[in-house]
Design a protein around this ligand. Sequence first.
Ligand SMILES: [Fe+2]
Length: 246
Amino acid sequence: MQPLSLDKPAARTQDPARPAFAHLDAALLTAALARLPTAEVAEFTGSWDRLPADAHLDTARPYRFRRYSGFRIRPGRLELLPHRPFFQDRDINRVYGGVDRLFAPLEERTAGGAVLHTVVHTLLGRLPGPRSGIDTCGVHQIRVVATTDAEGHPAPEGVHQDGHSYVAQVLIGRQDVRGAESTLYDLRRSPLHRALLTEPWETIVLDDRRVLHGVTPVRPAPGAHTGVRDMMLIDFFPGGEGEEGE
Ligand SMILES: [Fe+2]
């Protein structure tokens, strides 16, 4: 197989008639958010500075920080669902599957603000497939920190599916980072698309039932001691599925 070169944002697809993913330029969300006060958007992205450590990592020093909340998607808004643990089957996540992982919820102003609602509704309109029945989403705020002593792992489970219908991977920020290259694969694990998300709000949306994904480790850029990568992951799925666990 030919090595894949890093692709620029574009609606790169395996089958143009039925794309399984889209790599969206930062301009899409930037334009959607331009209608909101700049300070509100800055407050939203600044909330990544207040993420607690992921208590479910088996490392002496935490390298991942996160929050998670679920929402019902209503016309033009989001309705916060009661806080519950995040669950994935063991056959979906061989590292952390089979156990409830209780993450801190999103802060009230993050969960209830117009920024999140705008991002979710904008991406809902760009899902690579039918939207019917998709009325629920899970929102993960995740920060991965790498130092010269310890790399950070955005996806310790390796190449995987998340167990949802669609997943959006939104870059919030990337500072002094080397690595963290995203790759999408078909169900036979042949690479389809390789991308380095570099621009805040640059996004990959994928049909989680039709592609697998993986991310290489985060390392500090040459000359830096610490590298930080902030992501927002949004899981889209039908509500009935979300009631019992994702
Ligand atoms: Fe994933």
